[in-house]
Design a protein around this ligand. Sequence first.
Ligand code: ZN
Length: 505
Amino acid sequence: MKSEILKGIYKQLVLKLEELSRLGGVMGIMHWDQEVIMPKGAAENRSKQMAALAGVLHEKSIDLEFGRLINKLVDTGIENFTEIEQCNIYEAKREYELETKIPKELVQEIAELSSRGHQIWAKARKENKFEDFAPTLERLIFLKKKWAKFSFPNLEPYDANIDIFERGMRMSNLTPIFDQLKKELIPLIAAIKKSSINLETSFLEGDFSIDKQKALGKTISKDIGFDYNNGRMDSSVHPFCGGGHSTDVRITTRYRTENFIESLFGVIHETGHGLYEQGRMPGFLDLPVSESLTMGIHESQSLFWERMIAQNLYFCDYYLNLFVETFPEKLKGVSLNAFYSAINLSRPSFIRVEADEVTYPMHIILRYEIEKGLFDETISVRNLPEVWNDKMEEYLGIRPSSDSEGVLQDVHWSGGAFGYFPSYTLGAMYACQFYSKMLLDINDIPKMIATGNFSCIKKWLNENIHEKGRIFSTDDLVLKVTGEKLNPCFFIDYLKNKYGEIYNL
Ligand code: ZN
């Protein structure tokens, strides 16, 4: 086909993709509004409005004309297009196929059961009755296996579910990586538990004014580079990073008067997600090529700022004065080392979202092994509470006394999101590997952090990760940026060194 005709077809495709992206942005703002400022009474109407918009989006994305344009471009001259254009075409193809391959009834049943499942799960968790949630969970797994056969017929069903969040990642890659983490972290966690060092943390608990916490969070998110001209920060029950566009990024946090560190790290975490969104590839903001790569890479950006930077001794060094000025009644006289050690306290706990960076991966590996077992039928839903508790005991040395603090704690399964959990720990490992490379690329990062100079760090992330969008696969991106594929040793060594020092191991 002549190249002008092909360019014309590509232009039509771009218009359609941009329209979809803008409607998605409207959905993002509606969701933000619902979580942040919507009056309670509007809940029912809002869910109808969002369902109506989701319907419009779905209709547009399965439009036959859309499919024809994509197939023409793929079949008759993909080589005429640039790398960026090819990426847009292939991304459009993947999305189109995912939307059109699955029978409508199956899509509807999953959507309906996921929304009902959430209520059933919330009630079961509150009443501590796993058996009330078990039949829904069984059905959801059955449906997601069926879904996998249609969407990725060549993949194992659990791999297909992982692929939605972490494209290209397979059990065959993950299992050995997680086994290596397990081998190294179980003894580290046990050694920390046995250590004679008792960290003093009482100065982190008290009565911290929410206004002061807000101001502190805003100052630090600005310092590390969040652009308030193209974003804002508010509070919500569940912190998130959303919004309508790369020029309109909305991050949220939640505040508790008893503890300011939690909300501060929450702000820094969401700022990391926000910087990724604000740093997208200029010139292609409404097209798939500039979208974030995977959940794991997104999480690597939030964890990079939260753990590699903010839980670093040099960061504490720079900000301790400001913390003391803000909360003198609790923090006056606290030494840098005491502060740094306190915010890095590591201790096994039942709840994943409250876990520290050493114990967190064990919560994830436990869930990964369980999901894998549920999908290959070596674990049955009926036995889940026991399997869960046994693994908690084996990995973290503690046993939950109720299902609410065990198998019922996470929202993910109630919405049919299987295969999501690995992304959290992949993100932690990517963050660590990126940071190791940055230390080699830029001179004196510690000094920059200790003097509050974060611009080079942000620029490195912008240029190496954010602006690359979806041009490379995750494997290729990590290889290009760091010179090797994902290697868990960076993360393992980082944890061993850091906690070896803190706990005198
Ligand atoms: Zn996150």
